[in-house]
Design a protein around this ligand. Structure first.
Ligand code: CDV
Length: 327
């Protein structure tokens, strides 16, 4: 028996530094209305969807960058989006910069929320894999300073029950780390939602632009396939004040196939009628975790971050010295 519902992804074109949050929210509402017109029950918006991708810029004083952050849920800027979504009965994922005072201390996170079709916030995630640096590296004419502006998220990778299925959420760079999705899948996530801002240029070393697109797609498709889940991925893309970011917003089926893909680098809705039973079937067969996973052999994944060569093995190069290749 199928469990089909229409999911949408709302890709955003560039948001300039000079654009207001009100203008960004008006664009999100237009995307949401279009998704609703297509019969969608949920829409995924990008990471940091209310402002330009400000971590490319260097600011020292919180007074200069606090304007990018939201306080309260919904924050004043988000309120119109919440209202229209509730009126239309459509749920959404929204990425934004969060400022919160907890235990008398101010914290800032790169955050995403899940808002149920009746307007309740049913899930929150604070980005864990923060790419880039704390201090400028001045290798390019832009930076990637997420570690400067955000703390590592403290909420873990979670999946949340919703009226449309069990949803796991993460943000941008998290999609490159398979652990992200497995932890959510182990909590029953049937659909993964994520937003991203991916510069066309790799700040660390020159890389053909097509590889940026390829790695995005590879990450999304492998996450879907290896966890038998649907993936909704929303880009903020195009050139923001001259800084280009990839598009390629996509919906991927639990088979690993991309079934819908944005065609341009501007505001665009894609949607697909997703049968959640397809993933459930795969999780009862090929990827029945309970029957096939071998956790007694996975310990290193959760106990070690970097690479450590086991002491009982010859170091690389030893084989060469003896003239024998290690196989
Ligand atoms: N916003 C991001 O997390 N962007 C990273 C870039 C810097 C590689 C990404 O993984 O797409």
């Amino acid at each position: 028996m199928s469990r089909t519902r229409i999911f949408a992804v709302g890709q955003l074109g560039p948001i300039s530094l000079a654009d207001s949050k009100e203008a960004a929210v008006a664009r999100l509402i237009a995307l949401l209305r279009e998704a609703h017109g297509r019969g969608a029950v949920w829409i995924t918006f990008p990471e940091l969807a209310l402002t330009t991708f400000f971590p490319r810029y260097v600011y020292d004083d919180p007074a200069d960058y606090d304007r990018f952050f939201e306080e309260g849920l919904p924050s004043p800027a988000m309120r119109p989006l919440f209202e229209v979504a509730r009126e239309l009965g459509i749920g959404f994922y929204l990425g934004f910069a969060e400022k919160v005072v907890e235990g008398g201390e101010t914290h800032r996170y790169n955050t995403a929320i899940l808002v149920e079709r009746d307007g309740r916030v049913i899930g929150k995630y604070r980005k864990i894999h923060l790419p880039g640096t704390r201090d400028p590296i001045r290798k390019a004419n832009f930076e990637h300073l997420e570690k400067r502006y955000f703390e590592v998220g403290d909420l873990g990778f979670r999946s949340f029950g919703s009226s449309v299925g069990r949803i796991g959420l993460c943000i941008c760079n998290d999609r490159r780390w398979p652990e992200t999705f497995r932890v959510m899948a182990l909590q029953g996530a049937e659909v993964f939602l994520l937003g991203y801002n991916t510069p066309t240029l790799n700040i660390h070393h020159p890389e053909p632009a097509h590889l940026r697109e390829f790695h995005n797609r590879l990450s999304l498709e492998s996450a879907a396939y290896q966890n038998a889940a649907w993936v909704m991925a929303a880009a903020k893309c195009g050139a923001e004040d001259g800084f280009a970011m990839i598009g390629g917003s996509a919906i991927v089926a639990p088979t690993g196939e991309t079934v819908a893909r944005a065609s341009g680098e501007d505001d665009e809705v894609i949607s697909y009628a997703c049968d959640l039973e397809l993933g459930a079937y795969i999780r009862r067969s090929v990827f029945d975790f309970a029957r096939h996973r071998r956790i007694e052999h996975y310990g290193l994944i959760a106990s070690q971050t970097g690479i450590v060569i086991p002491e009982d093995e010859p170091a690389a190069g030893d084989a060469g010295e003896t003239g024998k290749a290690a196989e």
